[in-house]
Design a protein around this ligand. Structure first.
Ligand code: LLP
Length: 470
């Protein structure tokens, strides 16, 4: 029965066994009733690697990575030249993942010394690495300079001065890109929108009251004149989980107008990075358009804007993270306790079934942080029991510990069953914690029908590993 408690977008499923291809990775299927990845059943994977388990469909990850390279180069080549695709490693990074990225010909965007260390450990060519961060330490900047990484994406005037000084001390040159905030209000959750004025990232393109030149303008002139800085180009990133191309286009226009202004002053800008942020489908309500459409629209927009402004098309780069790693991953959980509560709505009471699983906000804090919606399916078998309005929750000591806020699951979903939550490849493991001292799941990569652990499950010994005085 359809529940009046359900949000408008959630449809009552005809078939609770169905796997929506826009949400699941391309290698996911159901065989003999069981959810499989590249032909491997989830029960087998859990038997071998434990529960909960992050499963990465490596073929799918590589496919999406290649798709970005191909789609953007195909769309931009005739209009504007080649495109460098930087994988935003904050979405998911392990040494193995960095190797997939390298093998598929992508560059690597890092956002901390730790991410940079993993990228280097995987043998990524430093010239193909970018380093982001609104508050990089001297140590992070020194590493970036001495390793000769391709672009230090400088976020503020004070950082720019520090980079010049550090490069001088190291008797080296620093490759610098400047991150500007083009003043775009991206339509996404407030915590992941990054190009409006009133937030911490980037050099503002608008002038302060009583001041003539914007901080962005001052930074460009400083970088162009600096003795130890090579100005690689400009950067903007409007936010994350964005579906609407309007924000990207507005940002590109403002960046190109700015480029035209400084070009006229004799400072050419060779490269423009337009960031990442392409949305993915977490539930049936999301309709991402895919890299070909994004690339085609952006290429046409950028080409026509450069013509209008009479500037040369800079070399474009992009930084997708979620849209490569997200759909490739899923989390397998084991069902523990269940209960049904009666919830009042417009004077009547309706049931909501709680299905508790063996993980939660420690392996996926996105629902609690951003009210993010997900979906789930019964994975170890199919059931013809009635779909009931359910909420999948974790095992943490917080009532906000929600894994899937609203979903219809078969009524007989019970203790010992497996449920799969798709689209958890990005910002799941990356943002996981040890809250309540839960041990983090393993990550298993499945490639061409073969599964291997790329991150092992955490043990209680790991929990003691940093205790100093045992
Ligand atoms: N480039 C820059 C400069 C970024 O700050 C980000 C994401 C990306 C690229 C990649 O964006 P993506 O393509 O993955 O959307 N933890 C949040 C997302 C934070 C994104 C931060 N920056 C979440 O789970 O939704």
């Amino acid at each position: 029965m359809e529940s009046p408690l359900a949000p408008a977008w959630l449809s009552h499923p005809q078939d609770t066994a169905a796997l929506d291809p826009k949400i699941f990775s391309t290698g996911v299927d159901r065989k003999a009733g069981e959810v499989t990845v590249q032909g491997l059943g989830v029960s087998k994977l859990v038997e071998q690697f434990g529960s909960p388990l992050w499963v990465m469909d490596e073929n799918d990850f590589r496919f999406r990575a290649r798709q970005y390279v191909e789609a953007f180069n195909t769309a931009f080549a005739p209009l504007c030249g080649g495109v460098d695709v930087f994988y935003a490693s904050k979405a998911l990074l392990t040494v193995q993942v960095a190797q997939w990225v390298k093998e598929e010909g992508l560059f690597m965007d890092t956002a901390s010394g730790g991410e940079l260390a993993v990228a280097l450990r995987a043998g990524t060519d430093p010239a193909k690495i970018g380093l982001h961060g609104n508050n990089k330490s001297d140590a992070e900047l020194q590493t970036a300079i001495t390793k000769g990484i391709g672009r230090i994406v400088v976020d503020s005037l004070s950082e720019l001065r520090r980079v010049e000084l550090l490069a001088e001390q190291l008797q080296a040159r620093a490759n610098v890109m400047l991150r500007l905030t083009p003043g775009v209000d991206a339509s996404t959750h407030e915590h992941i929108a990054t190009a409006h004025e009133d937030q911490k990232f980037g050099l503002s393109m608008s002038s302060a009251p009583g001041q003539e030149a914007s901080v962005a303008y001052q930074a460009v002139h400083f970088a162009a004149a600096a003795q130890h800085i090579d100005l690689v180009g400009l950067h903007s990133h409007i936010g994350s989980q964005i579906f609407d191309s309007q924000g990207f286009e507005t940002a590109a226009t403002r960046m190109l107008e700015f480029i035209a202004t400084i070009d006229a002053e004799g400072i050419p800008v060779a490269e423009l990075d337009i960031g990442g942020g392409y949305g993915i489908a977490y539930t049936e309500a999301d309709d991402p358009v895919g890299p070909e459409v994004i690339a085609t629209n952006l290429a046409q927009h950028i080409a026509s804007e450069t013509t209008r402004l009479g500037v040369e098309c800079p070399r474009i780069s992009i930084e997708p993270g979620r849209s490569i790693a997200g759909p490739a991953g899923m989390t397998v959980y084991t069902v523990g306790t269940t209960k049904t509560v009666w919830v009042e709505h417009n004077g009547q009471h309706y049931p909501r079934r709680y299905v508790a699983v063996d993980g939660g906000m420690s392996d996926n804090p996105r629902p609690v942080l951003y009210d993010a919606d997900y979906t789930a399916v019964l994975a170890n078998r199919v059931s013809d029991a009635e779909p009931v309005f359910s909420r999948v929750v974790g095992k943490h000591c917080e009532s906000g510990d929600i894994v899937v806020n609203t979903v219809y699951l078969p009524e007989d979903t019970e203790h010992g069953d497996l449920v799969v939550v798709p689209a958890t490849g990005a910002y799941g493991h990356a943002m996981s914690s040890n809250y309540n001292l839960l041990t983090r799941p393993a990550i298993v990569a499945v490639k061409d029908g073969v599964a291997r652990e790329i991150i092992r499950r955490e043990t209680y010994e790991d929990l003691f590993a940093r205790e100093v005085d045992l």
